[in-house]
Write a protein that binds this ligand. Structure first.
Ligand code: WTA
Length: 637
């Protein structure tokens, strides 16, 4: 069976693509017909990229959970919606059918209502990868609360920043989370974050690791107790809140080149349709298949391709609590065999790290259930692509290389599995509705094939971000000011002779470390918090496994007698301010940084030094003190 809007041949792709660009309104109205609306839209699209303003399906009323749950409850109640594999392979997995998931979302929707949550309230979710995370997210959407999921690896300070920015009234968390052989104390981190968060009135805590936690009267509640209360009242049905198409669905914070992370806002109808349409088309999902996206729901990939895309398509979505290398580097392959996974979607960094373990972890694994493979989050190098193809896909599974961003909410450029051509390390062709272009430094469009430039998008697609929370001007400046009338992605891009796109990496000050987005300015701010730091500059460098590593140049005063101890202190400071994911791989102490006469740090030079390109530093004559460069070169780590 196919979805009515599923593209099944290359010819059809070309025709659909052409139509989507010539007549976007008609095209997306046709797709939107296949969703459950409480009231149909009045206008398909209104937009301009100056303000910027984008509105899809204006005047329509729709609830995402009705599309993810209720409509499947009617037709396929016993199909597994979520399969959950725990961190510990000795423990039992869980399966939630659409009926069960619906029931649990009703329960927790009642809990939210009992605790005074209203439509439009913001709720921070800080949890490990357990089914209650999906239930919490969907319950918010059910009653029209706006979720802001924060990745479980972020520090108390980062959580507090996000809670304050969103003005969240509630936090949903766990006592702790398991990751490999570690237990992460989530509630404790939330307690630390609470010191600066007066807007939070309630914290709901799921029991998972049985880590002892403090529970404050009047503020902290156990998830299980709240569910019991609901059950004693018969768990009444909660009607899907009628949401305007453009009402907020969620906020997700992400890093940019300047300042604090910004709250990317996605709204209801456009996001739902984009998540569903790209899921069904990119992976060529067929009902009955098991889809395994290895991302964390704390990132956009998990939002769109574990939760909303698959569930709105009535798919079976596998979520995994643990890490790929525990108890050993065969864990993904065990999971694939155990649940007969058909679609595996992971990050190049995971592929490279598993590749490094050689063939042993693959011994005895059949992997014959696999039909489609995917990658996301960073450029995939050819070597990793071929390893994935040969050793995992056994050269019979198409690989989709999906390029997209938190801001785009779903895939913008990718081949469609087995339907359109693939090319190693190329994302290839745009999705219907997506009109990419390359521009040069001056914003001039670069036409023709066999060329490179900065990647921009010329028209809105249903899933484009609508604003940055609480600061619309920031959205305009970040994405729509570099090139007037164009959405600027921040990525560099090559277009080959056939018009296939290859994303080459960020051209702004955003790093991509193991597929995680980190702003260099954010890391610098964290390092500069250390009392002995005078100044610092952070750049990326190529890293075999992580894709990019973090290299920090630091001017420091007041050493311990031990440089490594100071390094340790700086790492602890970064962990405390942002989280362990932002810890620099290398810290070089320097006496000065290369600056122009106007005081600007010349990052280009530092980047080259970090990359080990010591002979081609370019023109250094405009530097205030060219000698610092020699010193930095000599001290390179
Ligand atoms: C990078 C993750 C090359 C890119 C979904 C983008 C990619 C940033 C690819 C967004 C890909 C994502 N090939 N690069 N297939 N996918 N990127 O917001 O630099 O966490 O701008 O969203 O990841 O990261 P984000």
């Amino acid at each position: 069976m196919h979805y009515p809007y599923q593209i099944t041949s290359y010819e059809q792709y070309k025709a659909q693509y052409a139509e989507s660009i010539a007549n976007p309104e008609g095209f997306w109205a046709n797709v939107a017909e296949h969703f459950t609306w409480q009231k149909k839209w009045d206008r398909v699209l209104e937009w301009n990229f100056e303000e910027p303003k984008v509105e899809w399906f204006g005047g329509g009323k729709i609830n995402v959970t009705e599309n993810c749950l209720d409509r499947h409850l009617a037709t396929q109640p016993d199909v597994p919606a979520i399969i959950w594999e725990p961190n510990d392979p000795e423990l039992h997995h869980r399966v939630l059918t659409y009926r069960e998931l619906h029931h649990k979302v009703m329960q927790f929707s009642n809990v939210l209502k009992n605790n005074g949550v209203q439509k439009g309230d913001r709720i921070c979710i800080y949890m490990g990868m357990i089914p209650e995370l999906v239930i919490a997210v969907l319950a918010c959407a059910r009653i029209g609360a706006v979720h802001s999921v924060v990745f479980g690896g972020f520090s108390a300070q980062s959580i507090a920043d996000r809670i304050q920015d969103a003005g969240a009234v509630m936090v949903i968390t766990c006592d702790g989370a398991y990751r490999g052989n570690k237990t992460v104390p989530l509630k404790e981190t939330i307690d630390d974050a609470m010191i600066g968060c007066p807007t939070v009135k309630r914290i709901i805590v799921v029991t998972h690791t049985r880590t002892p936690v403090s529970m404050i009267k009047g503020r902290d509640l156990w998830w299980e107790d709240e569910i019991k209360k609901v059950e004693t009242h018969g768990n009444p049905y909660v009607a899907p809140e009628p949401m305007d198409a453009e009402d907020l669905l969620f906020i997700l914070y992400t890093s940019g080149s300047t300042g604090k992370p910004k709250g990317v806002v996605h709204t209801t109808a456009g996001y739902l349709i984009w998540a569903n349409y790209t899921f069904v088309n990119v992976f060529q999902y067929r009902p009955g298949q098991v889809h395994f996206c290895t991302a964390d729901i704390g990132w956009i990939t998990g939002h769109t391709y574990i939760v909303y895309g698959p569930l709105s398509a009535g798919a079976t979505s596998l979520m995994f609590e643990g890490v790929p290398t525990w108890p050993d580097a065969g864990r993904f392959w065990d999971i694939v065999d155990k649940f007969k996974v058909n679609i595996l979607y992971t990050a190049p960094t995971a592929i490279r790290s598993l590749m490094a373990f050689g063939q042993t972890p693959l011994m005895g694994k059949s992997l014959t259930s696999l039909e489609v493979l995917g990658t996301v989050g960073e450029p995939i190098n050819e070597e990793a692509w071929h390893w994935y193809d040969e050793h995992i896909g056994k050269q019979k599974c198409p690989i989709v290389d999906t390029w997209w961003q938190t801001e785009t909410s779903g895939t913008l450029i990718s081949n469609l599995a087995g339907v359109t051509p693939s090319k190693p390390s190329f994302a290839t062709l745009p999705m219907p509705g997506v009109l990419p272009a390359l521009v040069d430094e001056n914003g001039q469009e670069i036409e023709g094939n066999g060329t490179s430039g900065n990647l921009v998008i010329k028209q809105p697609w249903p899933g484009i971000l609508r604003t940055t929370y609480g600061n619309h001007e920031r959205m305009r400046q970040t994405y729509f000011s570099a090139y007037p009338q164009l959405y600027f992605t921040g990525d560099g891009c090559h277009r080959d002779e056939n018009g296939f796109y290859r994303i080459t990496g960020r051209v702004d000050d955003v790093l991509n470390v193991s597929g995680h987005r980190i702003g260099t300015a954010e890391v610098e701010n964290a390092i500069n918090m250390h009392s002995g730091v005078i100044e610092s500059a952070v750049v990326g460098f190529p890293h075999d496994i992580k894709g990019q590593g973090i290299y920090a140049f630091v001017i420091f005063q007041g050493f311990h007698d031990d440089e490594n101890l100071t390094r340790g202190d700086l790492l602890a400071t970064v962990s405390r301010m942002i989280g362990p994911i932002a810890k620099p791989d290398k810290i070089q102490f320097v006496n000065g940084l290369p600056k122009t006469r106007s005081g600007k740090i010349m990052r280009r030079i530092l980047r080259k030094i970090a990359e080990g390109e010591l002979t081609s530093l370019g023109d250094t004559s405009t530097l205030l003190d060219p000698l610092v460069v020699d010193e930095i070169k000599e001290g390179r780590l």
